[in-house]
Design a protein around this ligand. Sequence first.
Ligand code: CTP
Length: 396
Amino acid sequence: MKVAVYITGGIAAYKAVNVVRLLQKNGHTVRVGMTKNSQNFVGSQTLAALSKYPVLDDLWEKEAQISHIELADWSDAAIVVPADANIIGKMAQGLADDAVSTTLLATNAPKFVVPAMNVHMWENPALQRNLKLLKDDGVQILDPDNGRLAEGYRGKGRMPEPDKIYQWFIESMTKDLPLQGKKILVTAGGTREQIDPVRFIGNNSSGKMGLALATQAAKLGAKVDLVYGQVSVPLPTNRQIKVHAIKSTEDLLTKVKELFKDEDALIMAAAPADFRPKKYIDHKIKKQKDIDDFQIEFEKTPDILKTIGQLKNKNQLVIGFAAETNDLLENAEKKLTNKKADYIIANDVSKGVFGSDENEVVILTKDGRQTRLPKMTKVELAKKILELTIEKKNKD
Ligand code: CTP
């Protein structure tokens, strides 16, 4: 998720640094806006270095590298942490007289406000009135903690610890998501079948489609188990995604069988090798003088999708792919029936799909429907596949 963190004046501003770090640790990209007052408590250089983006703190500076509108449009969520009484008042009244208030007024992203201030300011009816206005506008507010305040006495107004802020933010962001509460198992990438300690049989799968499906499912609120083999792109770092590495098709079957019983759906985007050498040679096979050809005997590996198609209960969805170079729909139909899948995503792999960022597919459903999707990026396609399969089941 792309998160804009706005830091306003208050001693708790130093704790915002840890909120930024927690967000980043969980795979979110963060950009920061700061009021001039907040910079009396924490330096903008620290936040720029941490976020690796320039900090937005001035509307007029010539060197300003990011505009307020750009930050407003870029963000998927806006957190004001800590929020002082001044920004709460400005947000409630729709005022825009500096970089932070102007950006907050300009953004359509959901807004999260973490007030922190002196207990008497917190209890002031004017402040409470403004908070009520914000709540009525749909802004999420995290109540401050009771405790020792910087002024030396106790009272309500202390900013909660960064962990609590992070949990609250993530839970509020995900509670209305369409796949919230779902567990989805996604497989990605190719498997490897070793011939000897040096060589293996593999395939051209990059894993991009599977990783995009895992990332999008997590963004839609699902908890994801991602079982991956050989992939050529970085793994997602989202906290909602648990990753499991495997090598061979047999390993993949073992892992999928172990996890599947607790899942709501399986998406088999992996490209398992269909054959493995009958015998593994435990030393490097050497070239033999005067022998120019070499034979390896292969045997079939297990069909994971087919195995799971037979094991699944009626509440579990099984989605497979069909990678074809010819007779796309005819072959995909056969796979849908033979493997007892609920959906098959038919994929013409004759035209440079491997490693590409785009794909064009037809979704086949077990009741005979076919949905042809136009060419789109694998990320867009992942969203579409989830919408037309798992989200649809949720709504039915
Ligand atoms: N699959 C599987 N186990 C295998 C091979 C494939 O679970 N040993 C899954 C793939 O992940 C995919 C679907 O089955 O979701 C179809 O894979 P594909 O490679 O298109 O077809 P195969 O079943 O391997 O058949 P063929 O090679 O004859 O096209």
